[in-house]
Design a protein around this ligand. Structure first.
Ligand code: SF4
Ligand code: SF4
Length: 516
């Protein structure tokens, strides 16, 4: 019940810059930092938080249930990577939720009002608020704990409400609000403007021509295309994501898909998920607004993590159903994606797996012989949409050496990268390395047992945050996207003989050290 926390360097994220709050219309923009004694809260901050809590208890039945039904069985206790990595008991999911549940009891239950701490209730104080901030920004909203809870309590949703309440009094982190503000302004987290987006895509098209001798078409804002293709912005601006983009462009060209990008819906990711339900809705809306404006039939989405959680868990009631679009049908195989009949959005792995299954791609997996791959199930595609088989099916087709990590670390039980939900900052580095330990440990196991040297994944945040994690805990292993390996293996009609993979590494005779 003791709310004292120490904001020690390396285990917390810096506060959001006032300009980002102002841009998003969020309350109480000001200069402050979590380690300051005075957080410059509004004078009536307590009333604001408690009213906000009451409103959410009325609005979200799940929140009230999660507050009421935990029996403290402890099944979730050792399932959180932050607890495993930090050893801090308040990083047990059950205690993380208890941080807010104790306040709920005090102000919203009769037992708590009458019996106080005897009923597990505690007053809302500034120290409690600081504790919320500390621990709700040490949760990556990965939902691993919920897999093990016999009651289905989803601590990620408790964290989401906790962050939402903190937002009401202006307590938020910059690594979440800056991408959200950028996205609201330019359509993507990085703040890339339309001409920058076009330059990036043009650059990729030129580079592909150098590698394959084939010039692919990649249109932007083309009205009347059949499919709108949305990718996370890191795919066209960061490495190793960029090689995944090359893989997409090759695949869509070779399959003959009539698609377009949008220069405004130039981001699949949605940092609203780490801010508030209202922000999820605001940022997700652009995908469907652009689909309508461009007159496409349905939407294809790239290798992104939380984009798919938003689409699968929240889209229907936030912005949808998208009745103005058609139920997605592959123009190449005729497969009807029944799972997407409401959201009208198909994951690129579903699309590619269907092409492979129907024999529509000519593949040479030996071009990936320099890789011994394993697959990290990114939390959101795995647990929020059940995308477990398709990436594996693709990988085993395009790569001849594939090894699974131990079974309690993959599929629904996958361990988070430790840096999701906006926690991938440098100032938070120690906590990221601690949180990523279980994932990295499983990678280390397959590195040592089978010589694995590539950790594939289908999430842009993973691709950005896994390299330092691997360098720290499992050196010798790189990371990359599934469609990078698809691009390497894909034999395009009329292509010139390939001498390099998409990273520019020589295909033949390349010495890749299997880790000793
Ligand atoms: S597993 Fe579920 S019921 Fe058990 S302590 Fe954790 S949250 Fe509570
Ligand atoms: S959602 Fe993930 S990070 Fe958050 S408490 Fe559960 S296991 Fe831990």
């Amino acid at each position: 019940m003791d709310p004292a926390v120490e904001f020690r360097k390396g285990v917390f994220c810096y506060s959001a810059a006032p300009k980002n709050l102002q841009y998003l219309g969020l309350p109480n923009p000001r200069e402050w930092q979590p380690f300051d004694k005075d957080w410059k809260l509004p004078p009536d901050w307590k009333r604001i938080i408690l009213e906000g809590m009451g409103e959410r208890l009325r609005k979200y039945r799940s929140f009230r249930l999660f507050m009421d039904i935990c029996v403290r069985c402890g099944a979730c206790a050792d399932k959180c990577h932050f607890y495993i990595g930090s050893g801090d008991p308040k990083n047990m999911p059950v205690l993380r939720a208890e941080l807010i549940r104790s306040v709920y009891r005090r102000y919203f239950t009769t037992a708590g009002r009458l019996l106080g701490s005897l009923a597990g209730a505690r007053d809302l104080t500034e120290d409690v608020l600081k504790e919320w901030f500390y621990y709700f920004y040490q949760c990556t909203e990965c939902r691993r704990c919920s897999v093990f809870c016999p009651y289905g309590i989803d601590t990620a949703e408790v964290t989401m409400i906790g962050r939402e309440l903190l937002n009401l009094v202006g307590c938020n982190i910059n690594w979440v609000l800056e991408p959200a503000a950028n996205c609201f302004r330019t359509g993507n987290h990085l703040g890339v403007q339309p001409h920058g987006f076009k330059d990036s895509i043009d650059f990729a098209v030129d580079e592909l021509e150098e590698i394959t001798g084939i010039r692919v078409e990649a249109s932007i804002n083309r009205k009347g295309a059949e499919v709108l293709f949305i990718v996370p912005s890191a795919d066209y601006f960061a490495s190793p994501h960029y090689y995944t983009l090359l893989g997409y462009l090759m695949l869509l060209h070779e399959a003959g898909v009539d698609y377009t990008f949008s220069a405004y819906a130039s981001e699949g990711g949605n940092f609203g998920l780490f801010t508030s339900h209202e922000m999820i809705k605001r940022l997700n809306a652009k995908i469907y607004a652009e689909a309508k404006r461009l007159g496409v039939k349905w939407v294809l989405g790239g290798e992104c993590g939380h984009m798919w959680r938003v689409i699968h868990q929240y889209m229907d009631t936030l912005n949808g159903p998208a009745d103005f679009l058609e139920a997605p049908v592959s123009p190449i195989t005729g497969t009807r994606f029944e799972n997407a009949r409401s959201t009208k959005m198909v994951h690129i792995c579903e699309f590619t797996a269907d092409l492979i299954r129907n024999g529509k791609l000519n593949l040479d997996p030996s071009r990936n012989d320099h890789w011994k791959a394993t697959f990290h199930d990114s939390c959101n595609p795995a647990r929020a949409m059940g995308l477990l088989e398709e990436p594996r099916y693709i990988l085993k087709t395009v790569c001849r050496q594939f090894h699974e990590m131990p079974e309690n670390t993959i599929r629904e039980q996958t361990f988070c990268c430790g840096s999701g939900s906006g926690l991938g900052t440098d100032e938070n580095f120690e906590m990221r390395m601690r949180g990523g330990l279980p994932r990295a440990n499983a990678v280390k196991y397959v590195r040592d047992a089978f010589g694995v040297n590539l950790l594939t994944c289908i999430c842009a945040i993973d691709k950005a945050t896994l390299p330092p994690l691997l360098e720290y805990w499992a050196p010798g292993v790189e990371d990359g996207g599934v469609h990078e390996l698809v691009g390497n293996a894909l034999i395009m009609k009329g292509e010139r003989e390939r001498t390099t993979d998409l990273r520019g590494e020589p295909l033949q005779g390349k010495e890749v050290p299997a880790h000793a």
